[in-house]
Design a protein around this ligand. Structure first.
Ligand code: ADP
Length: 161
């Protein structure tokens, strides 16, 4: 079976992430979204909350799964018997960062292939960071995330006040 992982912080999952997920799910028999716990990034949502938000977003995608991890990404890939790692590339900074990480990962785990999908035009400028900023300032985020994520974000914002 061709298995790929799609790792990231997903704090929270956006329509940009979902677009990559839908497209990658057509390329592999199984796609496993890996939610990196990333404690040093001080995420807004806990790892368990981020996994739950992803789980709801992928409920109609039979060959997509989600779980969290707190190891090196390549260790997660090995554990899952993945042959590829999927990442999304937006214009600008993503490429350089991905390139550096890919070089390092290739040294550590030469058999794992990196598959980068270009972000769709509609989501080029969408990041979880910008999304959180927009939500904090009361911006309209309904076209940028699934509805349950917008609801969870509004709740977090209220709790933070
Ligand atoms: P990380 O902390 O690893 O960057 P993210 O959750 O921000 O985790 O992103 C996970 C992956 O999804 C990365 O490959 C990132 O480039 C990609 N990604 C994020 N936002 C978008 C988007 N709007 N369109 C396409 N890919 C995206």
């Amino acid at each position: 079976m061709t298995i790929a992982i799609y790792p990231g912080s997903f704090d929270p999952i956006t329509n940009g992430h979902l677009d990559i997920t839908v497209r990658a799910a057509k390329l592999f028999e199984k796609l496993i979204i890996g939610v990196y716990e990333s404690p040093n990034k001080h995420p807004l949502f806990t790892a368990a909350e981020r996994v739950e938000l992803v789980r709801k977003a992928i409920k109609n995608m039979p060959n997509v799964e989600v779980e969290s991890f707190n190891t090196l990404t390549i260790e997660f890939a090995k554990k899952k018997k993945a042959l590829a790692m999927v990442r999304g590339l937006r214009m600008g900074a993503d490429f350089e960062r991905e390139f550096d990480m890919a070089m390092m990962n290739k040294r550590l785990f030469p058999d794992l292939e990196l598959v980068c999908l270009m972000a769709s035009a509609d989501y080029q400028f969408l990041s979880s960071t910008l999304l959180k900023e927009a939500a904090t300032l009361g911006g309209d985020i309904k076209n940028l995330v699934p509805q349950h994520v917008a609801t969870a974000l509004r709740k977090k914002m209220r709790e933070a006040k």
